[in-house]
Design a protein around this ligand. Structure first.
Ligand code: F0G
Length: 481
């Protein structure tokens, strides 16, 4: 059955047949309804919770060692081997090879950084930055978009939509313009998206709807409207997207010569990444391809810390598939009653109602995880250190480094453990925040960052004003270098 709507009505619900090695299943064990991968749902049509894509591994040809996948590196003329997502097709085998959509995503790098490691408090050679800014649209989203487009092609979708804090929309728009498979409709909160990201959606030709509200409003509206109009939804409620994001972890392992690190530290917004990382390691362990799980740290911004509140303060746990949903509802009602809105300079994670909350607490259970939150001050200081000692990143990405630093200070992470921080987005995504941090103009600094509680720029690299004169320029170079 080919359906474009991600919210198909329960009338159309079918269960999988015995011949399907890949299928969708509700994450809640008490429901556990299963569906074919040819169907598209943003939520389980039976109980309304999230869906997973699952595999009957015994009936699939999974390599016996991870290094067997490396042979594909040599076949770079085949786009499916060149892709850092589809090189791992065996570990996300929901689509036939001829349906795969790739635009060269996933050519990313695990960069060891002693400079950032010193800042975090690690011993030399123990801190790694997984730089996802090298993706075609400049963020990790392309890993998932490639998988969602592959599924979209399988079911014959012609239009795709998302709500976004900017990177999902940039990625969707790019995949639409390059592949010409679907038309993009994007929902962004008014004034809530960094200029680099907005410029991408406009340039790639997406229908861009600026909703009078924030991301949480846009997310609610896009779900209503994609249901109403039968548009394929590519937010991370789409379980196929998360399959693509698993490959970020596969590439981390590949770069570490298949050794499992001690910690994965990742910023938390809508919680798709953390959810997919948990699933990646869970499945590798299930398959006997790794012998232990790394620990997971998910880092919120202080101005958007729903996960932190629920997990660390209220003790919400996955509890083997029986989380205390009343706790989640009560917190949601409290946010409504208090009119609480997310607010952080790390606009990518300015989210108070993460759609993957339950999958994330499941990942935290599987990976013995912790959650922390950091102020905008701490995030921007960490970002400046990543810029000075790494590839640079956008503010949200630096939450991972700020979080690792906090966890080392708390003694949760030991300096001789191996820590991988995920740098989720490119440095050029949000130049406004960067320029304000390094600005010599105090008024500009105050205007952009003061309202966020940022008081100082401890690691600012300020431009030096010098007159248009050779002697003066030489004097300045001698003085400052
Ligand atoms: N870092 C960046 C750069 C992001 O763009 C996002 C999410 C996150 C971290 C958080 O990841 O949602 O998987 O927990 N951006 C989404 C967007 C929400 O619309 O672009 P998550």
């Amino acid at each position: 059955m080919m359906k474009e709507s991600v919210h198909a009505s329960s009338k159309g619900v079918s269960t999988i047949g015995p011949t399907d090695p890949a299928y969708q299943q509700c994450i809640m064990p008490d429901c556990a309804a299963t569906f074919s991968v040819d169907e598209t749902y943003a939520a389980c049509p039976k109980c309304g919770h999230l869906l997973d894509v699952l595999y009957d591994w015994d009936r699939l040809n999974v390599p016996r060692s991870l290094s067997a996948i490396e042979e594909r590196w040599a076949r770079r003329d085949d786009p499916r081997c060149f892709s850092g997502v589809w090189r791992f097709h065996d570990l996300l085998p929901f689509a036939p090879a001829d349906k795969i959509i790739t635009i060269g995503e996933g050519q990313t790098l695990l960069h060891p950084s002693n400079a950032v490691g010193r800042y975090v408090g690690m011993k030399p050679d123990h801190l790694f930055l997984q730089y996802e800014g090298m993706n075609p649209s400049g963020s990790f989203k392309d890993n998932g978009m490639s998988a969602a487009f592959t599924h979209g092609k399988m079911i014959g979708a012609t239009r795709a939509a998302c709500a976004s804090t900017g990177n999902t929309s940039a990625s969707l728009s790019l995949y639409c313009s390059v592949t010409e498979l679907m038309k993009a409709v994007i929902f962004v909160g008014s004034g809530k998206i960094a200029v680099g990201k907005l410029s991408q959606a406009l340039d790639y030709g997406a229908l861009t709807l600026q909703i009078a509200g924030d991301f949480d409003d846009a997310m609610a509206r896009v779900q209503d409207i994609s249901r109403e109009l039968g548009i394929y939804l590519v937010n991370s409620v789409n379980p196929f997207r998360l399959e693509g994001q698993k490959t970020i972890m596969f590439r981390v392992l590949e770069a570490l010569r298949w050794q499992v690190p001690d910690w994965i530290v990742v910023p938390g917004g809508n919680l798709g990444n953390s959810s997919s990382f948990g699933k990646a390691f869970f499945e590798l362990k299930q398959l006997g391809l790794i012998d232990r799980m790394p620990r997971l740290a998910v880092i919120n911004a202080t101005g958007a810390k729903t996960l932190y509140e629920l997990y660390e303060n209220q003790g919400l746990r996955w509890n083997d598939g029986h989380p205390d949903l009343a706790t989640v509802d009560a917190y949601s009602q409290k946010m409504n009653a208090e009119g609480l809105r997310a607010s952080t300079i790390a606009s990518a994670i300015e989210i108070n109602r993460p759609v993957n909350l339950l999958k994330c607490i499941r990942a935290l259970e599987w990976m013995d995880g912790v959650v922390r939150h950091l102020s905008d001050q701490a995030i921007l200081d960490a970002k400046a250190q990543v810029g000075a000692g790494g590839m640079g990143c956008e503010p949200a990405s630096a939450a991972s480094v700020a979080g690792a630093k906090l966890l080392v200070a708390e003694g949760v992470i030991s300096p001789d453990e191996r820590v991988v921080c995920i740098l989720t987005g490119h440095q050029l995504k949000d130049p406004g925040a960067t320029v304000a941090y390094h600005s010599t103009d105090q008024k500009h600094f105050e205007k952009v960052l003061g309202s966020r509680g940022v008081r100082r720029a401890a690691f600012a690299n300020r431009a030096v004003a010098v007159s248009n004169d050779v002697d003066e320029i030489i004097k300045a170079i001698r003085l400052y270098s």
